[in-house]
Design a protein around this ligand. Structure first.
Ligand SMILES: NC(=O)c1ccc[n+]([C@@H]2O[C@H](COP(=O)([O-])OP(=O)(O)OC[C@H]3O[C@@H](n4cnc5c(N)ncnc54)[C@H](OP(=O)(O)O)[C@@H]3O)[C@@H](O)[C@H]2O)c1
Length: 450
């Protein structure tokens, strides 16, 4: 938990140069620790071990490829926070994958029309859905739910722990109530679930964590700390031979915690954390389970923008690899030069080849496997990949293609033409500005094309 808190302190109090050091309880480690704290370097997360010094780095990588995860019709799946935005999405995915018995747990029970409609949809698809009103932070309430499941339902085979609440505040404003309310579902709830089910033969135990414990999150020290607890629990369970997956979800549009404040999505997007489509969370969960992942973040994250917006952490060692990756994706001068001298036809072809390489990298295919005349979605491009492709095109060519361009049945050939045209228009706008045309004239020209 201290690491989630520390990652947030780094934003709110850069003057403290908050360094997180993991030391063994061994007196000899203290000399090493002192050296670490006095050293002048950017490594802000270090584990000191007799065998060496380990540093933490966040690395960006593609999602594992889509794969089916076996879900059983003769078992029960328990979803805490199961009536929440992402809980219901996980329930939908489970039922689509073949689950027939679900238990959805929340403190308030079914209230909204959306919840009623969602449960009706699950039942229509053939699932038995039991709603339990219980506070999973209370061991006795959880025990009651498990006992009732044991008596009336097939054996428990999997858990998705998606219960959570927000109670934001700066580090200096954290108080007992802020910590208690946020820790209740995440810390006490996750621990209770772990303790109560550790001897059951579960196939999965999923903990919904958040990007806040991965990147740190100003104004959410309590939430980042609570999520760091569930991350650590996943690691500890796996080390003990138990199933575990912790997902640092990025922001989602329109549901639950993220939607509680109207401007939240827009503010985060401006800082480099765009919103994911909630409907993608269920299939993504299946994909991560199938790949046997333990702990990873899934976010529409633009590290360049994030670091630009948060200069106080821009030198943090934690982000060092992301900085290198940003440098690798800086605008491509060779391609820019080739586009400048090319005819419109050649430009479209160059753009098409460039897009093919990007799509191949995102899909982890060879470029020769991409059919230029097939819709990109037939190759498996989904909304999350479309966001990544949009970011790649913008980082390398400075052109913002809309996300839908990658999704609407568009082929590479069409997209190559569109990119070529937009690139040309961007250059025209630049030239108008360089020539001293008024910004308004250039902007007007730009806006009419959007
Ligand atoms: N939405 C996002 O953008 C986002 C991003 C990153 C991570 N996450 C994580 O994803 C999970 C689901 O988020 P969401 O957006 O779906 O939120 P949500 O719609 O608010 O759902 C959370 C649910 O948790 C339940 N809950 C809270 N405390 C509980 C307790 N002590 N016992 C039982 N149930 C409890 C709430 O129901 P009651 O109030 O009725 O108990 C609520 O339905 C959370 O763990 C969150 O941290 C969400």
């Amino acid at each position: 938990m201290a690491w989630g808190l520390g990652r947030t302190v780094a934003y709110e109090h850069p003057e403290l140069r908050c360094t997180r050091v993991d030391v063994l309880a061994d007196p000899s480690a203290f000399t090493q620790l002192a050296g670490e704290l006095l050293a002048d370097h950017d490594d802000d997360e270090v584990a000191l071990r007799p065998g060496g010094r380990w540093i933490a780095r966040i690395v960006s990588r593609p999602l594992p490829p889509p794969a089916a995860f076996p879900v059983r019709a003769d078992a029960t799946y328990l979803l805490t926070g199961g009536l929440g935005g992402l809980g219901l999405e996980a329930a939908r995915w489970l039922v689509q994958a073949g689950a027939r018995h679900l238990v959805l747990v929340g403190r308030s029970g079914v209230g909204s029309d959306a919840q009623i409609a969602a449960i009706a949809g699950l039942a229509e698809a053939g699932a038995q859905v039991v709603v339990e009103r219980a506070d999973i932070a209370e061991p006795a309430e959880l025990a009651r739910v498990l006992e009732s499941m044991h008596l009336h339902l097939p054996p428990l085979a999997g858990i998705v722990h998606a219960a959570g609440v927000l109670h934001d505040g700066l580090v200096v404003d954290q108080d007992r109530e802020r910590l208690r309310s946020v820790f209740a579902p995440k810390v006490r709830g996750a621990w209770n679930l772990h303790q109560a089910t550790r001897d059951l033969p579960l196939e999965f135990f999923v903990l919904y964590s958040s990007a806040s414990s991965l990147f740190g999150s100003p104004g959410q020290a309590n939430y980042a700390a609570a999520n760091a607890f569930v991350d650590a629990l996943a690691v500890q369970r796996r080390a003990a031979g138990l199933p575990a997956l912790a997902i640092h979800w990025g922001a989602f549009a329109d549901v639950g915690l993220a939607a509680a404040r109207a401007d939240r999505g827009a503010r985060l997007a401006e800082r480099g954390m765009a919103s994911l489509d909630p409907a993608s969370s269920g299939p993504l969960l299946g994909r991560l389970l199938a790949a046997g992942e333990l702990q990873l973040g899934v976010a529409a994250f633009d590290p360049a923008r994030w670091l630009e917006y948060h200069p106080q952490i821009a030198r943090s060692g934690l982000f060092a690899r992301l900085r290198e990756q940003i440098a690798e994706t800086e605008p491509n001068p060779d391609l820019q030069a080739a586009l400048t001298t090319a005819t419109p036809l050649e430009r479209a072809r160059l753009c098409e080849q460039f897009l093919r390489d990007q799509v191949a990298q995102v899909l982890r295919l060879s470029p020769t496997q991409i059919d230029h005349d097939a819709p990109l979605k037939h190759h498996g491009v989904d909304s999350l990949m479309a966001i990544e492709l949009k970011n790649r095109v913008h980082a390398r060519l400075g052109v913002r293609l809309p996300v839908v361009s990658f999704l609407q049945g568009t082929t590479l050939r069409q997209l190559g033409r569109e990119l070529g045209e937009r690139w040309t228009e961007e250059r025209l706008v630049e030239a108008m500005r360089d020539r001293g045309d008024t910004d308004e004239a250039a902007d007007e020209w730009e806006v009419t094309r959007l």
